[in-house]
Design a protein around this ligand. Structure first.
Ligand SMILES: [Fe+2]
Length: 642
C-alpha cells in the first residue's frame, strides 16, 4: 500500500508540471496572437484558456486511467479465469494501481484460496472416506469370512451334539442328570436296561430312590457337592436297587454338568461293576487258595515226619480254607478198614463225631471213572455209602456236603481225604482240595520212601561199624555208646529232631576211618611210637573220604572229621578252634572221651565216671567246650545220684 501512494504522488506531480507548462504557453499565445482580445479582456481570456487546458488535462487523464482500468480488468478476468480453471498460483503478483480492482483481485484470490482450502479439505475428507470405505470393505470381507467359519463351527457343533446325544443315549453306562436338590432330571436308555426303571419311573425322584436301602447312609448330597466343587468330580462305590428290588454293585462318577456353571446340575455316570466285583472276589479267593497250597507245599517239602504231613494237610483245609472238618484216612494192606491218621475242624470237636468214622471199610468202587479225582457227596449219601452211624443229628454243627478224594501211592490206594462243608463246594474249592490231596499224597509217598531208605542206610551203617569193631574186642560197642551219649547231650541242648538224628549217625560213624589203619597199630597193646600215633591221627581224614560220597549232611561230615579238634585249637588234624567247629564235633568229642576213659583198653583199666568227670572238668575250656562239659557233668550227676 505504501508503494501504491508513492507512485500516485509522483503521477500527480508530473500532471502539475504539464499543467503549469500549458498555462505558460497559453499565456504566451494569448499575449502574441489574440493580443487584442487578450488585451481587452485578459482575465476572461486567461480563464477560458485555463478551463480549456484543465478540461483537456482531465480528459487525457481520464483516458489514461480508463485504459489502465481496462488493462487491469483484463488482468482480473485472466485471474478469475485462472481461478476458475484452477491454474492460479499464489506466487503471481496481484497488485494493481486501482484500489477497487486490487480489492476485487484480492477478493477473488481470497475466494480462490478459500475454495482451494475447501477443495483440499474436501480431498482430504474424500481420502479419509476412501480409506474408511476400504476398511469397511475389509471388515465386510472379514465379517463374511467369519460368518462362513461360524456356519462351519455351528455345523460341527450340531454334529458334535448329535454324536454326544447318541453317545449318551447308547452308552452302556447309566447317565443321570440331577438338579441342585439331588432330584433326577434325566436318565438315558441304559437306566432301563440295567435298573429296569423307565425314565418316568425315576425322573423327578431324589437320587436316593435308586440307592439300595442297605447303603442309604453312604450317599450325602452336601458332601457330594463340596467334593465336586473342590476336585471337579466325586467317585463312590455304592449298591443300587433295581426295579425288582435286587441289588447291583456300581461305581459312580459325579461331575458338574457342562451347561451348569453355577452347579445347578450334576451329571452321574453309573457303571455296573457287579460282575467285575464277582470276578475280583473269585480272583482274591483263588489267590488266597493258591497261597495256602503254596505254603503247604513248602512246609511239606521240608517235613520228613508223616505225622507232621497229615497235620499240615488237615489244618490247611480247616483252619486256612475254613471248612467244617477234614480227616486223613490211611489204608493198610493188612486191614480192611481205614485208619484215621489225623483230623481237624469244628465238626470233629463235637462229642461222638470222630467215632462215626472209625470203621470205614476200604473200597475202591467209589473212585472209578470220573470220580477218580474226587467226588462231592450229599451228607445222607456219605452216611449211606460208608455206613456211618448217626450221632445226634439235631444237635450237631452239621455238614451238608462232603468232598472225598482217594489218595494213591505207587499206583495203589494209600488213603482217603474227607472234607466236610456246611454249604456246596464251588469248582475252585474242589480244584484246591484236589491239589492239596495230591501234594499230601506225594509227600507221604516221599517220606515213606525216605523212611525205607533211612532204615536201609542205618542197617548198612550198623553192619559196617560192627565189622570194624569186631577187629578189636576192646572197642566193641564204643560207637553205639558215643552215639547214645551224643544224642542225650543234644536233647539237653534243645537241638532239633534233625540235628539230634544227625548226631546219632555221626556218633556211630565217627571212627569209621580206622578201617584204613593197620591192625598192627590199631590193635597194638603197648605204647605207640610217634610214627604210629601220626598214623592213628589220619583216621578222621579217612572217615571223611569214605563218607563224603554217600550223600550225608554237612553237619554229619563235620562232626566226624573234626571230633579230635580241641576247643582252644590244640587238636588234630587241622587245629581248628571253637569258632569254626560248631557244637556237633565238640559234642562227639566229649562223648568219645568219656566213653574211652570209662572203657577197658589193652593198655589201661577203665576209669570211674567220677574220675572221668574230673578229667573233663580239668580239660574244660582247653580241650573241651565248657558248656558241653557242664551239660555232660550235670547229666551224669543226675543219672548217678550219690
Ligand atoms: Fe576217633
Amino acid at each position: 500500500m505504501g508503494t501504491y501512494k508513492r507512485k500516485n504522488i509522483q503521477k500527480h506531480g508530473i500532471l502539475f508540471l504539464i499543467l503549469s507548462f500549458l498555462l505558460a504557453i497559453s499565456y504566451l499565445l494569448t499575449k502574441q496572437r489574440v493580443a487584442s482580445f487578450v488585451s481587452e479582456k485578459p482575465v476572461i481570456t486567461g480563464l477560458i484558456i485555463f478551463t480549456f487546458l484543465t478540461s483537456l488535462f482531465f480528459v487525457v487523464s481520464i483516458a489514461i486511467r480508463y485504459k489502465r482500468l481496462l488493462s487491469e480488468l483484463k488482468h482480473t478476468e485472466l485471474l478469475a479465469s485462472d481461478v476458475r480453471e484452477e491454474k492460479y498460483t499464489f506466487a503471481n503478483d496481484i497488485n494493481t494501481k486501482t484500489p477497487v480492482i486490487d480489492s476485487i483481485n484480492r477478493a477473488i484470490i481470497n475466494v480462490a484460496e478459500s475454495k482451494k482450502n475447501q477443495l483440499s479439505q474436501l480431498c482430504q475428507r474424500t481420502e479419509q472416506l476412501n480409506e474408511m470405505n476400504t476398511e469397511l470393505n475389509d471388515a465386510y470381507m472379514q465379517l463374511e469370512s467369519s460368518y462362513g467359519q461360524l456356519e462351519a463351527v455351528m455345523d460341527q457343533l450340531n454334529e458334535s451334539e448329535k454324536r454326544y446325544h447318541s453317545l449318551v443315549v447308547n452308552i452302556p453306562d447309566i447317565v443321570l442328570s440331577l438338579d441342585s436338590s439331588g432330584n433326577i432330571t434325566y436318565a438315558n436308555r441304559a437306566c432301563r436296561e440295567i435298573l429296569k426303571f423307565r425314565r418316568h419311573d425315576i425322573v423327578g425322584k431324589p437320587f436316593q430312590y435308586i440307592i439300595h436301602p442297605s447303603a442309604n447312609e453312604k450317599f450325602d448330597l452336601v458332601n457330594l457337592k463340596q467334593n465336586i466343587e473342590k476336585n471337579g468330580n466325586h467317585h463312590i462305590h455304592i449298591p443300587l436297587c433295581k426295579k425288582d428290588g435286587s441289588l447291583i454293585l456300581t461305581e459312580i462318577k459325579f461331575t458338574e454338568a457342562i451347561e451348569s456353571p453355577e452347579m445347578n446340575f450334576i451329571q452321574a455316570i453309573i457303571r455296573d461293576v457287579t460282575e467285575q466285583k464277582r470276578i475280583e472276589k473269585v480272583m482274591v479267593e483263588t489267590n488266597a487258595r493258591l497261597k495256602i497250597i503254596n505254603s503247604l507245599n513248602h512246609k511239606l517239602a521240608s517235613t520228613t515226619e508223616q505225622s507232621d504231613i497229615y497235620r499240615l494237610c488237615v489244618n490247611s483245609i480247616t483252619k486256612e480254607m475254613g471248612f467244617l472238618g477234614c480227616m486223613y484216612l490211611g489204608a493198610d494192606k493188612n486191614d480192611r478198614h481205614y485208619k484215621i491218621m489225623d483230623h481237624s475242624g469244628e465238626y470233629f470237636r463235637q462229642p461222638g463225631k470222630l467215632e462215626q468214622f472209625y470203621n470205614i471199610r476200604c473200597s475202591s468202587t467209589l473212585f472209578t471213572g470220573k470220580n477218580s479225582e474226587g467226588i462231592v457227596l450229599e451228607r445222607d449219601m456219605l452216611f449211606q455209602y460208608f455206613s456211618l452211624s448217626e450221632a445226634n443229628p439235631n444237635q450237631e454243627a452239621g455238614f451238608s456236603k462232603a468232598f472225598i478224594q482217594e489218595l494213591r501211592s505207587y499206583g495203589e490206594m494209600d488213603g482217603m481225604l474227607i472234607v466236610l462243608s456246611k454249604s456246596s463246594f464251588i469248582q475252585e474249592e474242589i480244584d484246591a482240595l484236589r491239589s492239596i490231596g495230591h501234594s499230601t499224597a506225594v509227600a507221604v509217598e516221599k517220606t515213606t520212601h525216605l523212611i525205607e531208605s533211612k532204615n536201609n542206610f542205618v542197617k548198612t551203617i550198623d553192619a559196617l561199624v560192627a565189622a570194624i569193631e569186631a577187629r578189636d574186642q576192646y572197642t566193641r560197642g564204643h560207637s553205639q555208646r558215643v552215639s547214645a551219649l551224643a544224642v542225650k547231650i543234644a536233647y539237653r541242648f534243645g537241638m532239633s529232631k534233625q540235628q539230634v538224628e544227625e548226631l546219632r549217625i555221626a556218633g556211630i560213624l565217627h571212627d569209621i576211618g580206622k578201617v584204613g589203619i593197620s591192625d598192627s597199630i590199631l590193635l597194638k597193646k603197648g605204647s605207640l611210637t610217634n610214627d604210629e600215633y601220626e598214623e592213628i591221627k589220619k583216621h578222621p581224614g579217612i572217615s571223611n573220604k569214605i563218607l563224603h560220597s554217600i550223600g550225608l549232611s554237612e553237619r554229619i561230615l563235620k562232626a566226624v572229621a573234626f571230633h579230635h579238634e580241641h576247643f582252644d585249637g590244640g587238636g588234630y588234624p587241622f587245629g581248628l578252634t571253637n569258632e569254626s567247629l560248631g557244637y556237633e564235633p565238640q559234642i562227639i568229642a566229649v562223648a568219645d572221651a568219656f566213653d574211652a576213659m570209662t572203657s577197658l583198653r589193652p593198655y589201661k583199666k577203665p576209669m570211674s565216671w567220677q574220675m572221668a568227670v574230673y578229667e573233663l572238668e580239668r580239660c574244660k575250656g582247653s580241650q573241651f567246650h565248657p558248656d558241653i562239659v557242664d551239660v555232660m557233668v550235670k547229666m551224669l550227676m543226675e543219672e548217678n545220684p550219690i
